[in-house]
Design a protein around this ligand. Sequence first.
Ligand code: FE2
Length: 328
Amino acid sequence: MGTGSSQDYQKIKLRKLGAYFGAEVNGVDLTKKLTSKEVIEITQALAEYEFLVFKNQNISSEDQIRFAEIFGKLSVHPFSPNSEKIPELIIFENDENNPPFGTDIWHSDETFRDSPPMATCLRAIDVPKVGGDTLFSSMSAAYDGLSERMKSYISGLEAIHDFKPFKKLFDNDEAGMKDLHRFELMWPPVTHPVVRSHPVTGRKVVFVNPQFTVQIKGMNEFESRSLLTDLFDLAKIPEYQYRLHWENNTMVLWDNRSVQHYAVHDYWPQRRHLERVTIEGDKPFGSDVVASEESLLGGKSPRPAGVKPGHGNHAPKREFLREIERSK
Ligand SMILES: [Fe+2]
């Protein structure tokens, strides 16, 4: 961390926040269009510091959108509470009648997408004096902290992600199940490398999270479960974390490729109102050769060379296959 020196930043002022990541940005006025030099420096600082905090920015939703659009196209979240007029704008407006949902878990945003967002921009409009903090965890620092053995073990693995937490939002009746099925077809599970290479810095990042990651692809269920539990726990290590206390008019831009975050729900039933926009990203890639299917296979009994364990080629035919044939 911190490879850039202060000479690299002439237009913006940076104050380091965490030991490994995070910086407060001063010297910019987000009510105005930024100059190209300011944009270059903020873009560089985002990749280098992984999240940036802008304080005392009394700006409108339009100002926030204009700022975020500097970094790329904004995306529309299919399951979040979005503004009716501007679907790219997510409105988190929670109070005693509207408890927060699903954000009190470590995650990177929207990794159920084939190309998850590169960054998220969140702005506090009305936040409680105490409670409602957001924790960030550097998953590049987490990777660096692993043993060489563990780094080589997880390199080349892939994990399956899906939109599982949002499935609770569908009604548990026939119509709800029908709607859910439609969205499952629109948002099928996707595969991402377990160790992602950051496209700007080249740093390696542990890219699995308990909100959306469901399995290590091709691995025995019990091996997958124990490995994922260990990797999920990395975000909980205090050395890799920074805890942000929000004040009204604080805005954060985080690099969704390298950090995870956790919204603490301890403020409820007090009111907490924030607005978020999300910037489209690229398809994640790893720097390693993908682990072969053969190398991931286990088996409880010895098997002759060349015979794979599995469930194929059973006779007689399974009933659901007959059913499929009959319906053709
Ligand atoms: Fe989030």
